[in-house]
Design a protein around this ligand. Structure first.
Ligand code: ZN
Length: 396
């Protein structure tokens, strides 16, 4: 689902017996590969099982039929005991200063000068931990892409940079995540903040996607809380609260023209639209958006989308007119994960009511291991909403 449909014929050509994938090399559109229709299903299985870069290298040398194939697609489970699910708590900060580095925090000053802070990574990991506990009690198999207080690399970002982080440069080049020249540039970095912002941030996302794909779940939930796009700190470093609130969920499948320059992304585009990933993600997303609106009471964002939401205007496409809030978009995990995935943005943290509700520790949750979590009632409500949405999704 391209935002600019004219681009499609520069990427692929549909012939009566085959699909041709083009590759824009040296400024010219050359043929990367020809996929005969008779082998399309085989190709899809291979595209599902293999790392996109491995697939890309094999397509270039026409040796893709040697690559690994999965046994089959997993059918949707009908009860929790059959469910295999990946929960992805968004972002990686373990404290406010790291959250400021990844620009995922709120700092507010009220009318009497009292200061309050909040950061998203702490909230997403609480939701994920509670949901994990609720699902495991029902017998589900659950993986978390990161543990509370840690990044997906099992240490904090700062600890990671103190270790042998340069080894990750070689790995990234080898796996086709970055070019050699980029790796050489990062190798000269000494500033911890710059290493985290420029390299770690993306590398860590690759590790999340890699772990999810190795786990091969029925469904992936990427857990986030949103803020207004243009709410950046003022000169004194404070955000502003406001009265607006809306929800949205993202699924794979929409690409802007400039997001399909690399042939690897074109293969991903084909794999997503010819295979079941987009459709299965959409089915789950519709249930989640409905539960968010009904149980959390946050309405789906509805057109007309104003300038405040440029990412919906420029990089997203509404799934169906009857399902407000469900958008296709080319976010990192939506592109790199090869299984059904929904990225959840159920509310705005900088809404004047949500912000103070999220700050509260007015709920208690005791896990099956006896650990007590003191959390916001709103966080608990969010986890419960997702639990019930999952139940409804399995019944559908
Ligand atoms: Zn987020």
């Amino acid at each position: 689902m391209l935002l600019d449909t004219n681009v499609l014929q520069q990427i692929i050509a549909l012939r009566h017996d085959s699909i041709v994938v083009f590759s824009p090399e040296n400024g010219k559109n050359t043929v990367l590969c020809i996929l005969p229709n008779a082998l399309l299903y085989d190709w899809l299985l291979i595209a599902l099982e293999n790392d996109p870069n491995v697939l890309y290298q094999a397509m270039k040398s026409s040796s893709w039929q040697q690559l690994a194939k999965p046994f089959s697609f997993l059918p949707k489970p009908s009860k929790f005991s059959e469910l295999k699910i990946a929960l992805d708590p968004g972002h990686f900060a373990h404290n406010l200063s790291t959250a400021m580095l990844e620009k995922k925090y709120l700092r507010i000053r009220d009318s009497i000068g009292q200061e309050y802070t909040l950061y998203e990574a702490a909230l997403t990991e609480q939701i994920a931990s509670i949901l994990q506990d609720m699902l495991q009690r029902e017998g589900a198999t659950v993986m978390l892409t990161r543990q509370p207080g840690l990044s997906a690399l099992n240490v904090t970002a700062e600890q990671w940079v103190k270790g042998c982080w340069q080894k990750a440069l070689e790995e990234s080049v080898q796996k086709g995540w970055i070019e050699q020249a980029e790796a050489e540039k990062y190798r000269t970095y000494t500033d911890v903040k710059k290493i985290i912002q420029d390299f770690f941030r993306v590398y860590e996302m690759h590790k999340r996607a890699e772990a999810i794909n190795a786990f091969a779940p029925h469904l992936v939930l990427s857990i986030h809380y949103n803020v207004e796009e243009k709410n950046v700190p003022d000169k004194a470093g404070f955000h502003a609260l406001h009265a607006r609130n809306y929800s949205m969920v993202f699924i794979p499948g929409a690409y802007a023209a400039n997001e399909l320059k690399h042939p690897l992304d074109r293969l991903t585009f084909l794999r997503q639209w010819l295979g079941p990933q987009v459709l299965l993600s959409a089915k789950a997303a519709r249930v989640f958006q409905r539960y968010i609106a009904d149980s959390l009471g946050v309405p789906a964002v509805t057109p007309p989308i104003t300038d405040e939401l440029s990412y919906l205007q420029k990089y997203s496409r509404l799934h169906l007119i009857h399902f407000p809030g469900v958008y296709h978009r080319n976010l990192f995990l939506l592109r790199h994960v090869r299984y059904p995935i929904v990225l959840l943005e159920p509310l705005l943290q900088d809404n004047e009511h949500e912000f103070f509700q999220l700050l509260q520790k007015d709920a208690r949750y005791v896990t099956v291991n006896g650990d007590t979590l003191n959390i916001s009632q709103r966080v608990l409500q969010t986890a419960r909403t997702y639990f019930h949405a999952l139940k409804a999704w399995m019944k559908e």
